[in-house]
Design a protein around this ligand. Structure first.
Ligand SMILES: [Zn+2]
Length: 304
């Protein structure tokens, strides 16, 4: 009889426990933040830590200019407490989904609203008639400048407090200091490139913020556009070949979305080395800091 009594007691206790665990944890439910692409996602994750759930829509390694959201991504965006996007047309493939979420009242943070936007300048790239490359077109590649990212972090910390009641002010201050240090470190790295070699030819116009911050000249691009979505013509390649020779450019950098055949043709015809640059992909450790250090290291080694 006693054994039966214990068994019943245990069952009752278990039932009570399961009832308790089914109670909604009122006020303690985790906020969900969706970030459109991986590099911005890495910084957001560092900022919020375990204070919210951070999900990235475009998986690392896919092109944020091109990627379209899955049904699961769309659901996550529509249910998010906050959606964080880059803006300035980076998320071309997600635009309809983002607009629909915005229209239905989902809260948004647009990183490019918190920086000094760079515009395509006179003599940059190759005039192609592409709307992304006309003089004055806004450049979405703001993650190439750690000081721009610092402004994004500070703006986001305010919005998280205001809209989600999440206090990340001490994390924002710490991250801001680390981004300042990263900037100093990269300036020191790039200082090893002689002034006359500070010239960039890339797959598309992705390095403008970096070039502006570290005193490097943009000479031309394989795809004459701010996006990888445009095509390459024979006339573009001929103009680029001439620009490389006229400027005595040391290397051509290919990126995610660059045509390997076009890069090889430019390299073969000009005798300039072709070097891969991971401008849109996070490294193995997932860190923005490693990402930008790698970019600076690859450019410096190729041009010095
Ligand atoms: Zn790009």
């Amino acid at each position: 009889m006693r054994g039966k009594y214990i068994l019943v007691s245990v069952l009752l206790a278990l039932a009570l426990l399961s009832m308790l665990s089914c109670q909604p944890s009122s006020g303690r439910s985790e906020k969900s933040i969706v970030v459109t692409y991986s590099i911005l996602g890495s910084i957001v994750q560092e900022l919020v830590g375990d204070k919210a759930t951070v999900t990235v829509s475009v998986p690392n390694g896919l092109d944020p200019h091109e990627s379209e959201p899955s049904a699961k991504d769309i659901e996550a965006i529509n249910k998010a407490d906050l959606v964080i996007e880059n803006g300035l047309g980076l998320e071309a493939g997600m635009e309809k989904t983002l607009q629909a979420a915005r229209n239905s009242g989902v809260k948004f943070f647009t990183a490019s609203d918190y920086i000094t936007v760079r515009h395509v300048g006179l003599g940059e790239g190759i005039p192609s008639g592409d709307p992304d490359q006309v003089i004055g077109a806004p450049d979405p590649h703001l993650w190439m400048d750690p000081i721009a990212m610092k402004s994004v972090v500070s703006g986001l910390a305010s919005v998280l407090m205001q809209d989600l009641n999440l206090d990340v002010s001490s994390q924002a201050a710490d991250l801001g200091n680390r981004l300042d240090s990263l900037n100093t470190e990269i300036a020191d790295t790039v200082a090893a490139i002689p002034q006359k070699n500070r010239k960039l030819v890339t797959g598309h116009e992705s390095m403008g913020y970096f070039a502006q911050r570290y005193d490097i000249k943009l000479v031309g691009v394989i795809i004459p556009s701010l996006s990888t979505q445009a095509g390459v013509s024979a006339a573009n390649l001929a103009a680029l070949k001439k620009a490389i020779q006229d400027n005595q450019v040391k290397a051509v950098f290919t990126e995610l979305g660059t045509s390997p055949a076009a890069a090889k043709a430019i390299g073969d015809e000009t005798g300039v080395k072709v070097v891969e640059l991971t401008t849109h992909v996070l490294p193995g450790d997932g860190s923005y800091f490693t990402f930008l250090r790698n970019i600076a290291g690859v450019i410096t080694n190729a041009l010095k």
